[in-house]
Design a protein around this ligand. Structure first.
Ligand SMILES: Nc1nc2c(c(=O)[nH]1)N[C@H]1C(S)=C(S)[C@@H](COP(=O)(O)OP(=O)(O)OC[C@H]3O[C@@H](n4cnc5c(=O)[nH]c(N)nc54)[C@H](O)[C@@H]3O)O[C@H]1N2
Ligand SMILES: Nc1nc2c(c(=O)[nH]1)N[C@H]1C(S)=C(S)[C@@H](COP(=O)(O)OP(=O)(O)OC[C@H]3O[C@@H](n4cnc5c(=O)[nH]c(N)nc54)[C@H](O)[C@@H]3O)O[C@H]1N2
Ligand code: SF4
Ligand SMILES: [Mo]
Length: 734
């Protein structure tokens, strides 16, 4: 194929010999891009391209999606189930029957000896929804432990908790389409161009057409901050103070939407009383944004006919994470910016199917946003699954972060890890290591066998990944998208659904509970369980989802029967007055007092430690670390350091430095950049034995999400650079 400049040095694209293109949805972030993978004559995936008629990405993909076909054959794939007596021993290959029997027998032994909840199941936001639902049925209905949660506690838990506190339910109320209607956008702690490049493209496209102001709140000069009309580089952890001050201005100047508040909100007086204490002059001293700027931003936001807010981990990963989300919702509610085109509060979700796990995994209750605390919900699901409702706990159990804390003290003896890598992703690696080492039995189910967690496993179950599997995922804007199987897992590896069903077979000796084998049958079971509920998907089928390139929920059986084609109502939630999910239909305005309850820099540890992501890498690099076109951009761990600070300390670009926190240390290369202020470092968390050796496991009181974004370190110059290089390499091995 030839492009441009045909006379001189024409650009040619390599012919990869694609004979067929197969449809899926990207398995990295929650944007939910429609993707086609090209297969060659041997059926091998050799190329990826965006799908032009998909509303989400309109033909585009980011650099992770473009190289996604390479993950199937990447090194380190597990091809056989493995077993061993102790994690010090070598692995022995085994078969599926023996491995799954071992899982059942060990879990039963441990539960009999130490109690039902001494076994924990840790799941993820990266499976397909039918898989989540099946794992939930197995864990809640047969294994019966209440210590069942997932890595979403590290990710979206604060958003979930904030939505529930404000609106009475989880469920992001907006759509990407809102960018095309908004008159003002505030992005809180979200770096879209790197972390959700295609959502960023949608935003930018809309902004170029309508020129609305973009306000970015982030202590670091991110790529999004560079594109902003106003950048508020606030003091880390103080978003709630800025929100309170903005509301102070809005009430003081009478800019609130009185009609909307009257018809839709409770709690106005308490909120007013709290924010009255936060005049911009006082708030400026805490949040580091000058008072006049606070006023300007508050007025811009409140006076815009439609104003929108988005946020990601800069809000969620904090001891004020849940409060930060409630603060965003407060701002939206008092200005009437809910449920209308361009007026919404939209959490930007993290993992490809973090939404699917919230809706269907039963981690935080029972399927489809049902609660363990509700007798009626226990009864409905007990009947649907043929499980005695009395078998279900009456209160939800511990979250992932707390599970690991009690594991460290020996209260949990058996662990099943599915598609997450907590040895690298939980805060304070040393304590996670202690927790893992004391387990009597650990099973790891991962598509790669060389993950950091697997070093402590007794059984390893090789799983298929992404489009080796069949099912659906829900994206940031509640759009349910199809993933169709276009490759087969290597060797004896199996799709996660197959593995769950195999284990269920062992626990389900009397065949009492029904576990359908096919994803499409499971989807229909889920659709039935959703009928008449908030998250109603009863009008959807796998075929419809593929044909429409995804459908946003709700889409009901009645709508489908009337022949109404989606999108029909799923674009926004709370579009009518008093339709929030509390009994009186009103949302809650909640006063948010502020206290400093997190680690801040001091004389001994004078730098803010900010951790986060790079565009080229995905989390703990089990995938992108092995894809050349991703890994080559950042093959080794590094830290962003301000050049003036570096000059003062005699540190040169490319030198190794030691970062030391109260937990541990890490040796990394210094990259000098003005993106960070003089008393802050930014450390990508993608590398093992690096960022999370340093981070602190302080948790949000509501969501139990860790404060990954606020910690304190000191930076030490290293005299012997040769030694440091060796050490830095050593630290990345286990
Ligand atoms: N390339 C790539 N994309 C990804 C991922 C990936 O690993 N790689 N992961 C996906 C997942 S699971 C997630 S959760 C998302 C995360 O997406 P983002 O949240 O956008 O990414 P992060 O880099 O974790 O953090 C965002 C920003 O929070 C800022 N921040 C730090 N402290 C504060 C604070 O106190 N207040 C405010 N307002 N901001 C603060 C940081 O400076 C940082 O720029 O990305 C998703 N997309
Ligand atoms: N310091 C710091 N730490 C952080 C964060 C931060 O910003 N700073 N962010 C946090 C956030 S938001 C998140 S979401 C977490 C992510 O943390 P993790 O979930 O631990 O990270 P991943 O590397 O995505 O781990 C997913 C695992 O599942 C495997 N896998 C992928 N697909 C499949 C599949 O289909 N089936 C199976 N069985 N396995 C599969 C992968 O090989 C990998 O081992 O990290 C958190 N940790
Ligand atoms: S933006 Fe997210 S969903 Fe889209 S191609 Fe990139 S990683 Fe995949
Ligand atoms: Mo995440």
């Amino acid at each position: 194929m030839l492009f441009g400049r045909t006379q001189k040095n024409p650009i040619t694209l390599a012919d990869k010999g694609v004979v067929a293109w197969k449809y899926a949805t990207c398995g990295y972030c929650s944007t939910g891009c429609s993707i086609e993978v090209g297969l060659n004559a041997q059926g091998k995936p050799v190329a990826s391209r965006g799908v032009a008629d998909a509303d989400v990405n309109r033909g585009k993909l980011c650099l992770k999606g473009l190289a996604e076909h390479e993950i199937f054959a990447a090194s380190g794939r597990g091809t056989k189930p493995l077993m061993r007596g102790h994690w010090h021993e070598d692995w022995q290959a085994t078969d599926w029957d023996a491995a799954t029997l071992k899982v059942r027998d060990e879990f039963r032994r441990i539960q009999a000896q130490y109690g039902r909840d001494s076994v924990a199941v840790i799941s993820t936001g990266q499976l397909l929804t039918e898989e989540f639902y099946t794992l939930g049925k197995l864990t809640r209905g047969l294994i019966g432990t209440n210590n069942y949660d997932g890595n979403t506690t590290l990710c979206m838990a604060s958003a979930v908790s904030g939505y529930k506190r404000s609106f009475g339910s989880d469920g992001p109320p907006g759509s990407y389409e809102d960018f095309s209607h908004t008159d003002c956008l505030i992005a809180w702690g979200s770096n879209l161009p790197e972390q959700h490049p295609i959502i960023y493209y949608r935003l930018k496209d809309a902004q170029e057409q309508r020129k609305f102001p973009l306000i970015v709140v982030d202590p670091r000069v991110t790529m999004l901050a560079q594109m902003a009309d106003i950048h508020l580089p606030l003091t880390p952890g103080t978003d709630v103070v800025l929100q309170n001050a903005m509301m102070h201005v809005i009430f003081k100047e009478g800019l609130e939407d009185k009609r909307y508040i009257e018809a839709n909100c409770n709690g106005l007086e308490a909120l007013k009383a709290e924010v009255a204490q936060w005049d911009p002059a006082k708030a400026a001293k805490v949040c580091g944004i000058d008072e006049e700027t606070i006023r300007v931003v508050a007025r811009l936001f409140a006076k815009a006919p439609a104003a929108m807010q988005i946020w990601t981990m800069g809000i969620n990963q904090s001891t004020h994470g849940s409060d930060g989300v409630v603060g965003i919702n407060n701002l939206a509610l008092i200005t009437g910016n809910m449920g209308k085109p361009g007026g919404t509060s939209l959490s930007i979700t993290g993992q490809c199917n973090a939404m699917g796990t919230r809706e269907w995994s039963s981690c935080s209750g029972l399927p489809n946003y049902r609660y363990l605390e509700d007798a009626q919900h226990r009864k409905e699901i007990g009947e649907a699954w043929n499980v005695d409702p009395e078998f279900f706990p009456k209160k939800v159990g511990l979250k992932q972060t707390d599970i690991f804390k009690v594991m460290e003290t020996g209260q949990i003896k058996g662990l099943w890890i599915v598609a997450t890598n907590p040895m690298s992703s939980l805060p304070n690696t040393a304590s996670v290591r202690r927790a893992m080492q004391q387990l009597e039995f650990c099973v790891v189910q991962d598509c790669y066998e060389d993950t950091e967690c697997n070093q402590y496993a007794h059984v390893y179950l090789p799983a298929g990944t992404w489009a080796e599997k069949d099912g659906v995922m829900t994206n940031t804007e509640r759009r349910i998208n199809r993933v169709t199987p276009l490759a087969v897992p290597p060797g004896q590896a199996k799709p996660d659904l197959w593995i769950f069903n195999k284990i269920a077979e062992k626990f389900n000796e009397d065949g009492r509970v029904n576990f359908p084998e096919k994803a499409s049958d499971i989807f229909l079971e889920m659709a039935r369980l959703s009928q008449g509920r908030f998250c109603d998907i009863s009008g959807m089928t796998h075929e419809l989802l593929e044909q429409r390139r995804g459908v946003q929920w709700p889409y009901t059986a009645e709508q489908a029967a009337r022949g109404e084609l989606p999108p029909v109502g799923g674009k926004r939630l709370y579009t009518q007055d008093a339709t929030f999910r509390f009994p009186d239909g009103k949302a809650k305005l909640i006063a948010l007092p502020f206290v400093v309850n997190y680690e801040v820099p001091d004389e001994q540890y004078p730098f803010w430690l900010n951790t986060g992501r790079l565009v080229e890498h995905w989390h703990t690099r089990t995938k992108t670390g092995k894809v050349g076109n991703n890994n080559k951009f950042s093959p080794i761990p590094f830290v962003e350091l301000n050049p003036d600070t570096a000059a003062e300390m005699g540190i040169r670009r490319g030198e190794y430095v030691r970062l030391v926190s109260r937990r541990s240390d890490a040796v990394v290369m210094a990259q000098l950049t003005q993106r960070v202020r003089r008393n802050m470092v930014f450390l990508p968390f993608h590398f093992h034995d690096c960022a999370n050796r340093l981070t602190i496991a302080l948790l949000d009181p509501y969501s139990r999400q860790p404060a990954f974004k606020q910690g304190a370190v000191r930076v030490e110059k290293i005299a012997d650079q040769h030694e440091a290089a060796i050490l830095s390499k050593e630290m990345r091995k286990f």
